[in-house]
Design a protein around this ligand. Structure first.
Ligand code: NAP
Length: 462
């Protein structure tokens, strides 16, 4: 009786997913968006379970229980800084699941001897190829970020030719599967080539570029799910898969633009092959070290301040401390804003997530393009564990790896405080001339401990 309504349930799920994604575009509506999309996914699962094709609810229930337990454990245990590798693994599992579903459908056709028609054999091939590439590519991305393998690009002669050969071979094998879906050895070869291609595509990419790769693999996992949707004739999977595919691609483009790099340069440039923390390029000079008490005195005399958080804030988990500092300064009439660079940290939205966790009001978070004109009128810019995103070399030094990357113009503020532990460079491995500017004061130390000391000193000043 319920069967005729199942397509409508999928439609409702799709609408909820789209609305949820729309709401994710603002930090204010993001939690509701998350909930809305989760309800959409729940509706889709219920619709699928109501289908007559379900053979054994017991197995499905066991899968849900085991999967939910592992998911809940991972979600509660994972450190915020390790989120990119967790997303990588989840993408990989998604791709692997799509490839398995495509495979089981093909084996089913083999058993019933009914040749599939129309788009289905193509979708089976696409599901196996994209799903396989996503699975092994994501595992390599995970291993690089988790430092289970060398993060630097692994390059060898003929690498691009090999990748081109594997890609062409996989397309030819899809052709063979379409012509004869019963040719299981061809299908087996397709899966094997896809798994190898995932590895050879990702190993030449440096650990530094992994967040972009993960976003791209996220898009692939959506495309694989979409292909599986065609295999199963499941509209819900087609819609949600294409949403993931398109949004992952858009995010990849946003990240590339924010680093002023092309996707081709990220994927094939082998960037970071001989870079590393040891090879610090860029200008050298003498940086002036100051104490948290000095910073407190400057803050006491300021009318406005802009906090620029970066990866170091995430490492030190200094978001709560900096919120406390901001509250303290605001109490004494100082206007405090937070400048958000699109690629600060190690994953998209990294700073927004941390600052939201510390209950920093959304109105205080200002995007790069909107805040940059405000720096020349600002008394103090507080750079908290950020480096590349405030490196003025990006404006002028054509040879610098970060040339052309849009930056936050902190050097144009009246006073600049930089809190970091040492003179070590950031992610791009280049020294930052900002540290040697006349109006820059370095306060060396862990971001959280230093901010707590500044708060104490500000309070002592009364
Ligand atoms: P960054 O350039 O990596 O610099 C982070 C700084 O934090 C380091 O210089 C480090 O200096 C300092 N730090 C580390 N731990 C600290 C601690 N406990 N306390 C205080 N300071 C600490 O970071 P960013 O300015 O946020 O720039 C992000 C970089 O990542 C960009 O190059 C961007 O292109 C890249 N990236 C980001 C994404 C993304 O999605 N967000 C994706 C791909 C690439 P010390 O060691 O001296 O303390």
């Amino acid at each position: 009786m319920i069967q005729p309504f199942i397509p409508y349930l999928y439609l409702a799920a799709a609408v909820l997913l789209i609305l949820g994604m729309r709401m994710l575009s603002s930090p204010k509506t993001a939690p509701t968006g998350n909930l809305t999309a989760s309800i959409g996914m729940f509706v889709a699962i219920v619709a699928t379970l109501l289908k007559l094709e379900v053979i054994d609810y017991g197995v499905i229930l066991a899968g849900i229980v085991v999967g939910a337990a592992i998911g809940a454990l991972l979600a509660t245990r994972i450190q915020m800084t390790a989120m990119p590798q967790m997303v990588a693994l989840l993408n990989g599992f998604g791709g692997g699941a799509s490839a398995l579903v495509a495979s089981s459908e093909l084996l089913d056709y083999g058993r019933t001897a009914t040749l599939p028609e129309g788009i289905v054999p193509y979708a089976i091939g696409a599901g196996a190829l994209i799903g396989g590439v996503t699975l092994t590519g994501s595992v390599i991305a995970f291993a690089k970020l988790q430092e289970l393998m060398r993060g630097a690009p692994i390059l060898f002669p003929g690498q691009k030719a090999l990748n081109a050969l594997l890609a062409a071979g996989s397309l030819a094998l899809i052709g063979a599967v379409v012509v004869d879906p019963h040719a299981l050895p061809m299908y087996g070869a397709l899966v094997a080539v896809a798994l190898v291609l995932g590895i050879t595509l990702v190993i030449p990419i440096g650990g530094a570029d992994m967040p972009v790769v993960i976003s791209l693999l996220n898009s692939y996992s959506g495309l694989a799910a979409c292909a599986t949707g065609f295999v199963l004739g499941n509209a819900g999977l087609v819609i949600s898969g294409s949403l993931v595919g398109a949004s992952g691609l858009i995010l990849t483009k946003i990240m590339c633009d924010a680093m002023n790099r092309s996707l081709a340069n990220v994927l094939f440039g082998g960037v970071g092959a001989d870079a590393g923390m040891a090879g610090v390029a860029g200008p050298q000079g003498t940086a002036k070290g100051y104490t948290p008490e000095d910073a407190a005195v400057i803050f006491r005399n300021a009318r406005s301040a802009i906090v620029v958080p970066g990866y170091g804030m995430a490492v030190a988990q200094a978001q709560h401390a900096v919120r406390e500092l901001s509250d303290e300064l605001e109490k004494s009439g100082i206007k405090v804003k937070f400048a958000i660079h699109p690629v600060a940290g190690r994953m998209p939205g990294h700073m927004n997530v941390l600052l939201a966790e510390a209950d920093v009001p959304y109105e205080q978070l200002v995007e790069m393009d909107d805040i940059n004109p405000e720096f020349p009128e600002t008394d103090v810019a507080l750079v908290l564990g950020a480096n590349d995103v405030v490196n003025p070399m990006a404006r002028t030094e054509k040879d610098s790896p970060i040339y052309g990357m849009p930056i936050l113009d902190v050097d144009r503020a009246r006073h600049v405080f930089v809190i970091k532990r040492s003179m070590n460079p950031g992610f791009a491995g280049v020294q930052n001339p900002l540290f040697f500017h006349d109006n820059t004061m370095m306060v060396f130390g862990d971001a959280k401990e230093t901010v707590l000391k500044i708060i104490e000193a500000v309070r002592e000043l009364g």
